[in-house]
Design a protein around this ligand. Sequence first.
Ligand code: PDD
Length: 270
Amino acid sequence: MKKASINGKIIPASEVAIPISNIEILYGFGVYETMKLRKGNLFFVNEHIDRLFNSAWVLGLGHEFTKKQLRKWIEELIAENNAESTNIKIILLGGDEQKLYMFLTNPLYIEKRDYRDGVRVITFPYERFLPQAKSLNMLGSYVAYTKAKGEWCYEALLVNRDVNITEGTRSNFFAIRDKTLYSPPSGEILDGITRKTVIECVRENGYEVVEEDIALSDIFDFDGAFLTNTSGKVVPIREIDGKSFGEIAPNIAGVVKFYDEYLKKLSQKI
Ligand code: PDD
């Protein structure tokens, strides 16, 4: 039976309950993280905990949890579940009584051929509130993602009032030309852990990275585009709103491969 953790206390996952009167959960006044455990390797745990605390700070959500406590509770949750490969979700709820929930979730893997041929996405006009925080306020993203799913697409790209692409509902966005990657400024988006580490990895492999606004109207002037997130890693985009980039460019295939190698090397060190 799967176990979950509430404020560090391990209980059967089926017994986790949130009172219906909890205004914070109903109104989305909380922050969360999704991190990955693969073959027993927990990736970027400190980065995820740092971002959870930063998200809470951005929202003004006070709490008394410590980073050390969280690391210990995550380890206990993994051990209690004998977990090897899974995602771990952490939810921190604000209010009078702060609650920290941790539980296991199934990663959303994509098919091997999607890495080769790319995925289809749609665009959706929406600006996330306080975009640097990974908050539970997900209504806009949920509506956008539901529309994407309804059209058999992997993701919805969010487009802001200036008609620039900012990010996906649960992923970051990059465009590429030759050996230069373009990504929207980190102040306007959720600064993904995968985004950060992809940037580090490609720089080690001779690519340049530029942070600047990416106009939707210019997107097909690039060689191609891709998304990054914890479960998907680097996901090439084949089609935006039904218009195709054609075959996935070799420079994108390079990023997919370099990042897989980067994670493999890292897992030998964890
Ligand atoms: N989402 N942008 C948004 C709005 C996100 O929700 C996410 C992650 C990302 C990518 O961040 P990272 O590389 O740290 O996963 C970007 C996670 C996967 C989620 O919603 O569970």
